[in-house]
Design a protein around this ligand. Structure first.
Ligand code: FAS
Ligand code: PHB
Length: 394
């Protein structure tokens, strides 16, 4: 039986933040799109991921009409704390580089995007299978897939956006690409806890036992991470052991500071790797977000990079599909990769500075680096400039 055929201007594979934000920005330019997603809407909405937005991301979301809840519920942070045995130092990004960051979970960004698309009445298809991209280097590319009811579909488009994350099919539809990859010898054990944060701003901690991070989602929900061995089973750690180890690594009892434990509502283990695919486009296929690059979360860059890609891609696709003007589309990959490599380096730098790799020589280098970054204006400014993020190139 021949597939059900339909047509749109931009076919977007993936309904994560990259895909939905791209659809939103295209709609604002009068460009029609269809978003195709393999998971259910509920599954995507419930995924717990990033927590930090750069100023540039907040500005873009606000300018796109997605900033109302963010302005009300987002928590503006001036900087972060760097902690190592017997020392905790605050880096004030506003003083150093005049930019701040915001605590606003990816789940909240995703909810705002879904609400906006539902209100706009644009098309999306969830729970598809057998996604495949066709003729991406022609002017009539298409995506075929099987819908949840079992029917086969072909979606023809003027362009395809591969926003299907680190395990989607789009990346492999680019012939002859180059990939760079680094897998780290550790993972992050992440917990959500129904307890008020024990700190006003994020604490990144170096400790002989391993890295720890105290983040948060709101005044009543804390988000914390521990460095563990790759492949650690989240259920193999008792709640007491988790809190004891977090307290040790974060400096509980140091200068009167205390880590307050509470009921753990979610546990997960996240592998750590860096990955870049180039080019990020071929013909009429354009990659954005995790489909093209993965960063270890130490630099809080994953979600922000996806937003930065889309900030470049939306006007490029609008020009391409409305008037056939390829100038921005042809420049997209090279422009996007400049920020991708800057964020890839910074995420690697933060990760290797803060995590134990079992080498005593590394540990001394890391402590020296931390003492320099927390005592030198130049060192602190370098970290602040990268963590708070540079203005988008658009
Ligand atoms: P996403 O992965 O969010 O979205 C891609 C979508 O494509 C998914 O919904 C997927 O189901 C869909 N898809 C895949 N294959 C498909 C197919 N064949 N057909 C149709 N759809 C398909 N970043 C941080 O900054 N801080 C963090 O703490 C952090 N924690 C993370 C934890 C985990 C477990 C993961 C995986 C990532 C984490 N990240 C973190 C990075 C994360 O926030 C990403 O950078 C962000 O989700 C990127 O958004 P997208 O590019 O839209 O990719
Ligand atoms: C988070 O809140 O989930 C978070 C914050 C900062 C990071 C990584 C994750 O570097």
């Amino acid at each position: 039986m021949s597939p059900v055929t339909s047509r749109t201007q931009v076919a977007i594979v993936g309904a994560g933040p990259a895909g939905l934000l791209l659809a939103h920005l295209l709609a604002a330019e009068g460009v029609e799109s269809v978003v195709l997603e393999t998971r259910s809407q509920e599954y995507v909405a419930a995924r717990i991921r990033a927590g930090i937005l750069e100023q540039s991301s907040v500005d873009l979301l606000s300018e796109a009409g997605l900033g109302a809840r963010l302005a009300h519920e987002g928590d503006r942070h001036r900087g972060i704390y760097l902690q190592f045995p017997h020392e905790r130092h605050h880096l004030d990004f506003v003083e150093l580089v005049g930019r701040s960051v915001y605590v606003y979970g990816q789940t909240e960004v995703q909810k705002d995007l879904v609400d906006a698309r539902a209100a706009g009445g644009q098309e999306w298809v969830y729970e598809i299978t057998d996604t495949a991209l066709h003729e991406v280097d022609s002017d009539r590319p298409s995506v075929t897939y099987r819908a949840a009811d079992g029917t086969e579909h072909r979606l023809e488009a003027d362009a395809i956006a591969g926003c299907d994350g680190s395990f989607g099919p789009s990346r492999s539809a680019i012939p002859g690409g180059t990939t760079w990859e680094r897998t780290y010898p550790y993972a992050w054990f992440g917990i959500l806890a129904d307890v008020a944060p024990s700190t006003d701003e994020l604490v990144y901690a170096w400790h002989p036992h391993g890295f720890a991070l105290h983040s948060m989602r709101s005044d009543t929900v804390s988000r914390l991470y521990l460095q563990v061995e790759p492949g650690t089973d989240p259920d193999s750690w008792s709640d007491d052991r988790i809190w004891d180890e977090l307290a040790t690594r974060l400096g509980h009892g140091q200068d009167g500071w205390e880590l307050k434990p509470g009921p753990i509502t979610d546990k997960s283990v996240l592998p750590m790797r860096s990955y870049v695919h180039a080019p990020m486009s071929h013909g009429r296929l354009f990659l954005a977000g995790d489909a093209a690059h993965i960063v270890p979360p130490t630099g809080a860059k994953g979600l922000n990079l996806a937003i930065a890609d889309v900030a470049l891609l939306a006007p490029a696709l609008a020009a391409l599909v409305r008037s056939g003007d390829r100038r921005l589309a042809d420049a997209y990959s090279q422009s996007a990769l400049r920020r991708v490599w800057r964020c890839t380096h910074f995420s690697w730098w933060m990760t290797t500075m803060l995590h134990q790799d079992g080498d005593p020589f590394s540990a001394q280098l890391q402590l020296s680096q931390l003492r320099w970054v927390t005592s030198s204006q130049a060192g602190a400014t370098g970290l602040a400039e990268n963590y708070a993020g540079l203005p988008f190139e658009v």
